[in-house]
Unconditional design. Structure first.
Length: 183
């Protein structure tokens, strides 16, 4: 009897499967599934290798919110049914401005890094380095920012935590000298 060996790597909610010693039919099916995940259109300006390393599409240019970002970003909605979730991809050096997700009850935002390297910072706290698998919870009514490290592409799933009386307030850009000092 031939055995199939599955090695699972778990990065937060993202699973990648490496398949070895598999019968050819099972291997081909797994290979086709992985290829299908990589068949999303890759936007101009995004390196192919980076886009194909992600478990989610890069999406479309984030033009609607471009005024609140320093640099270019892309947005790919993942879910909007029960909880709003989107993959946001940042080019190296791209960050969003300080902002607040207001709510009278519940609310806030969760960020799950799915590619590259970036930062998230809550006002008054040190920045958190985000690499694949890092999960950051931003409580409602908390001033914060997030985005790519100066020399790295960065993608995260942004989860809009359900709540009541929700609105977003976009504020000033992050101090460039401070941002450039991050390692």
């Amino acid at each position: 009897m031939q055995y199939m060996i599955f090695h699972h790597l778990l990065h937060a909610t993202v699973r990648r499967i490496i398949l070895t010693d598999m019968p050819s039919a099972a291997y081909e099916k797994a290979y086709e599934k992985r290829q299908a995940m990589n068949n999303y259109p890759i936007p101009v300006g995004v390196p192919t290798a980076y886009a194909q390393s992600l478990m989610f599409p890069v999406g479309e240019p984030n033009d609607a919110y471009a005024q609140y970002f320093t640099g270019r970003s892309w947005l790919a909605p993942v879910s909007g049914e029960q909880v709003s979730m989107a993959n946001v991809t940042f080019e190296p050096g791209c960050i969003n401005h300080w902002h607040v997700h207001h709510a009278t009850r519940g609310g806030g935002q969760m960020l799950i890094c799915v590619g590259g390297r970036g930062y998230a910072q809550i006002e008054g706290q040190d920045p958190i380095t985000m690499t694949p698998g890092t999960v950051v919870h931003i409580p409602a009514n908390t001033k914060h920012w997030h985005g790519a490290a100066p020399g790295s592409w960065f993608s995260h799933i942004a989860i809009d935590v359900p709540g009541e009386g929700k609105s977003n307030e976009w504020l000033e850009p992050v101090d460039e000298a401070f941002y450039r000092s991050l390692k």
